[in-house]
Design a protein around this ligand. Structure first.
Ligand code: NAP
Ligand code: MG
Length: 414
């Protein structure tokens, strides 16, 4: 039955995909072509969860003739879910899909600046026929509504996506209230590493996708680029050219790749970091300013000749601003990549399979993309090492966060 409801929901989301994409662009400022991509992944993910609904099985453990032992897999109960504004509908799907597939009920809080797509989709949840009370959505400020979820005595789990600072606060609130289970999907400062033998054209496309996709408002953005010395000048030249020809502007223009930043607050934060980068002495290769006088548009920005201790290299900017630096050996690249409190993702660009697998094994990140970037699939788990989070979303791993194991051991008289 649960699978049936989720499949019905996926059908309805598909029917309403155009309006959902338009709402997402309007509310968040992201380019319409990217909003359509989000909605496609939402539909695929909800369908994937529908498929899981009757495949979450327990097990029998063989413990001898005098016992019958089995392990049940049970839902947690009421799950609290708090989502951010950068991928409002996608984050909604990553939260509700596994919770509903595994038989939980939920209360989800939308981000105050972007509540519309999830509210529209909630209408579709109702239409899909889920029993009353299973799915609940609330809008409201984090400090009040989010706080109420994190501290609630009857909520058994809280799943959060957003900043590391708020994640830390939520974990504390969970600990101090009822020790509800916590999963966190937090920030990042992900390295994107390019070796001398990389395919330049393809790599530059992935660098663009890595940092300018969703206007840089991506937790796993490839925001620290490391280039091997033999290819450095060529990459800088080609990447600069790509950044300068990238179409930025009206999110509803079909040609636009980079839309608006989501709010004045984000715009100010990003431009603030550009100033910091200039003051720190980094070389501004391109961009570094607002585009136009109205709207929250930022020119795609590349800083080169950065030093590892600069704030623009250490801190999450959450905008279309990237740093580039040079390395000589593979060992040095790995060391630089891992020099971060975060560990959400990493990119590797090389045509050498040995380099690819060796570096993939050694970087500390929940996702490693080789010769691709920001590349998601419903069956591939996503989540962070270090201060990038706890737990995984998507894949079979997501179901772990929404079930608990009950061991039943029965004595048999023989
Ligand atoms: P945030 O504070 O982490 O907000 C994310 C969600 O948490 C929103 O729904 C927010 O509600 C809620 N929230 C805020 N304070 C809360 C609290 N005390 N208890 C429970 N829930 C709470 O993020 P932000 O302030 O919007 O953005 C700040 C920075 O975080 C960004 O510049 C960016 O660097 C980073 N960020 C990262 C991600 C990511 O995917 N990793 C996503 C968004 C932002 P409101 O709607 O009221 O804000
Ligand atoms: Mg906040």
């Amino acid at each position: 039955v649960r699978g049936g409801y989720l499949n019905k929901l996926a059908d309805l989301l598909y029917e309403h995909r155009d309006i959902l994409a338009s709402i997402e662009s309007l509310d968040n400022g992201k380019a319409i072509q990217l909003a359509r991509g989000d909605v496609d992944l939402v539909i695929r993910y909800i369908r994937s969860c529908a498929g899981w609904a009757d495949k979450v099985t327990g097990s029998v453990v063989e413990t001898g003739r005098d016992h019958f032992t089995y392990v049940r897999r049970e839902p947690l109960g009421v799950c609290g879910q708090i989502i951010p504004w950068n991928f409002p509908l996608l984050m909604w799907s990553w939260k509700i899909g596994p919770a509903l597939a595994t038989g939980n009920t939920l209360v989800l809080k939308t981000a105050e600046s972007t509540p519309l797509s999830a509210l529209y989709a909630s209408k579709l949840v109702k239409e899909a026929g889920f029993p009353a009370g299973v799915y609940n959505v609330v809008s409201g400020f984090g400090k009040i509504t989010g706080e109420a979820i994190a501290t609630h005595q009857k909520i058994k789990k809280v799943a959060f996506t957003g900043s590391t600072a708020t994640g830390r606060h939520i974990m504390k609130a969970a600990a101090e209230s009822n020790l509800k289970k916590v999963t966190l999907e937090l920030g990042g400062k992900s390295p994107n590493i390019i070796f001398d033998d990389a395919d330049v054209k393809k790599t530059v496309q992935n660098l663009v996708l890595g940092i300018f996709y969703n206007s840089g408002e991506v937790c796993c953005a490839g925001s620290r680029i490391y280039v091997q010395e033999g290819i450095y000048d060529e990459i800088i030249r080609e990447f600069k050219a790509a950044a300068e020809t990238l179409k930025v502007g009206n999110p509803f223009d079909e040609e636009v790749f980079q839309g608006a930043q989501t709010s004045q607050q984000q715009l100010d934060k990003i431009l603030g970091y550009v100033d910091i980068g200039k003051k720190e002495g980094a070389t501004l290769v391109t961009g570094g300013e607002r585009l136009g006088e109205t709207g929250y548009f930022v020119k795609p920005t590349i800083f080169a000749d950065v030093k590892e201790d600069m704030r623009i290299v250490k801190e999450e900017i959450f905008g279309p601003v990237v740093t580039v630096s040079k390395f000589s050996t593979k060992e040095e690249a790995i060391k630089l990549a891992n020099d971060s409190e975060y560990g959400l993702a990493a990119g590797i660009h090389t045509t050498n399979v040995n380099t690819a697998h060796d570096v993939a094994a050694q970087v500390r990140a929940g996702t490693v993309w080789v010769n691709t970037y920001n590349d998601f699939h419903p069956m591939v788990p996503f989540g962070g090492y270090g201060q990038s989070g706890i737990g995984r979303e998507m894949g079979v791993e997501a179901l772990e966060n929404y079930t608990q194991y009950k061991a039943v051991r029965m004595g048999i008289t023989i």
